[in-house]
Design a protein. Structure first.
Length: 506
């Protein structure tokens, strides 16, 4: 413990060098902007700015890129809350309750909650990273295909409750998402599947951001246009103000969401350390569990503060967690850390167990920079909340075209394909119709995120076990997770049966 503290103190001496401190502040500010821009996200931001890092030493370079990563995790909440467009896939779950809060005139509350929850998630994850790296890296290494599939099943189980009492609509929504996640090439045979009308654009699959931006950006805009017209030209945006008194009241109210925030922090970090999982599944799972454990689950989707805190704490914790397998095992925990890993190799640093010994200064400088980046990111975001609030006061006739253009950019940016732009427009119309028919959108989004992770895990597990499903119950980690998932899956059915039995006529 004392040795770790000593190494961390040495790391802080590196962080507080003027050049490195300037790189952290610049990285956080850039990351905040990148995260708020639909379609960019931390992956594109880090990739675009990677060449700039060759102008500074490796330690300064990775500190700068890690600060961008942190800032982008904070920034993703901005467009999710203010415009209803997910800035990145990691911020989709924030849209579920952040956007309703903004429309109720409480955008400042939602942004404050996102910033504070992100700070708590980042702080908890960095402390876990500092003191428990070796054992957690071992757990991540033990997680194979059966454990990954069990974890995905647990995520689906937590989301069954997102459709309220209408379980069948929720299951239908999940099935739609799973079908869309299967579009493209089969992972084992290599054969194309679900290539509708032989359109070649479907060969690369359905990009998750295209679905999310279509449903929550264009779909939300169409819904709002209808409401706006039906309201006789009345603005659909409520006024929101920022005062010191109101900010203090918001911070006090956040204390009631501490359970969801802490749960999201630990869950996000654990999911983040799993190779190839990343922050998106962690934030979606945290949202589902937050609803399960909430005292007022009926408020979710209508502006629940816990629905903002849980996913924001989770995606920030996961961003730190994903660096653990990168540094200790040389396995990237997310797409962004895969780019960071490539940068480290270019800088002549070999990730793995010996990195902590051979390049101790680099590792502890990076860990200490995460503490600083977390602090600067929350300060920058809180300072700029009044600026973000002004977006709400933009006339709707100006705001709607801006939202639509941002959606088009966000849909085009990931693959630079017009096929995805047209697909996004179609998803926008489908999202609008699903909302009109009262079908939950969140489970479909979850399914298209987890589908590409769950399918290979299932098929690889069955190949290992010669087709025996018992592999999911006999392994030390997979067994308890799968049993928990099954219990959660049947809980809503048991609840409906119990309610009918209790209210039957005497």
């Amino acid at each position: 413990m004392l040795e770790t503290l000593g190494l961390l103190a040495n790391g802080f001496t590196i962080v507080f060098e003027p050049q490195n401190l300037a790189l952290i502040i610049a990285g956080c500010a850039l990351g905040l902007f990148i995260g708020a821009m639909p379609g960019l996200g931390s992956v594109n931001g880090v990739a675009i700015l990677l060449p700039l890092t060759f102008l500074v030493p490796p330690t300064g370079a990775v500190i700068f890129l890690a600060a961008i990563y942190y800032g982008a995790m904070y920034g993703g909440a901005i467009s999710s809350i203010m415009l209803g467009i997910p800035g990145a896939s990691t911020a989709v779950a924030t849209t579920f309750d952040g956007r309703p809060l903004a429309k109720l005139g409480m955008a400042d509350k939602a942004l404050t909650a996102a910033a504070v929850a992100s700070f708590v998630g980042g702080s908890i994850s960095v402390v876990l990273f500092t003191f428990f790296a070796p054992p957690l890296a071992h757990v991540a290494l033990v997680f194979g295909s059966p454990e990954t599939f069990a974890l995905m099943m647990l995520a689906f189980a937590t989301f069954i409750g997102l459709g309220g009492d209408d379980i069948f609509k929720t299951l239908f929504s999940i099935c739609i998402g799973l079908v869309l996640s299967a579009v493209g090439f089969d992972i084992i045979s290599g054969e194309p599947r679900l290539i509708l009308w032989d359109i070649t654009g479907f060969l690369h699959g359905v990009n998750f951001l295209v679905l999310a931006i279509g449903i929550y950006g264009i779909g939300e805009m169409i819904w709002t246009v209808e409401e706006h017209n039906l309201g006789g030209g009345k603005s659909m945006l409520s006024e929101a103000t920022v005062t010191v008194k109101r900010t203090i009241a918001n911070l006090r109210e956040l204390l009631s969401s501490w359970r969801a925030t802490v749960m999201g922090s630990f869950l996000g970090y654990f999911v983040g350390i799993l190779p190839a999982a990343g922050a998106t599944p962690g934030s979606l799972m945290a949202y589902g569990i937050a609803k399960q454990i909430s005292k007022n689950p009926e408020e979710f989707g209508k502006g629940a503060l816990e629905g903002v805190c849980a996913p924001e704490a989770a995606n920030n914790a996961a961003s730190t967690g994903s660096m653990l397998p990168m540094l200790t095992l040389g396995i990237p925990g997310s797409p962004t850390t895969a780019i960071l890993l490539g940068g480290m190799v270019i800088w002549g640093l070999e990730p793995g167990p010996r990195l902590f010994i051979d390049h101790s200064e680099f590792v502890w400088g990076l860990i200490a920079s995460l503490y600083a980046a977390n602090l600067f990111a929350v300060i920058i975001m809180l300072i700029f909340i009044p600026v973000f609030i002004k977006i709400l006061k933009t006339p709707f006739t100006i705001l709607a075209p801006i939202i639509f253009i941002l959606c088009l950019i966000g849909g085009y940016a990931p693959t630079q394909s017009m096929h995805d732009v047209w697909l996004m427009v179609v998803f926008g119309i489908v999202g609008y119709l699903m909302r009109k028919l009262d079908y939950p959108l969140a489970p479909a989004v979850l399914a298209i995120v987890l589908g590409p992770l769950a399918e290979p895990a299932l098929r690889q597990s069955l190949l290992i076990s010669d087709g025996e499903f018992s592999i999911f119950f006999t392994r030390i980690y997979a067994g308890p997770i799968m049993v928990t998932a099954i219990i959660l899956l049947f809980l809503p059915v048991l609840k409906i049966g119990y309610d009918k039995f209790r209210h039957r006529p005497a």
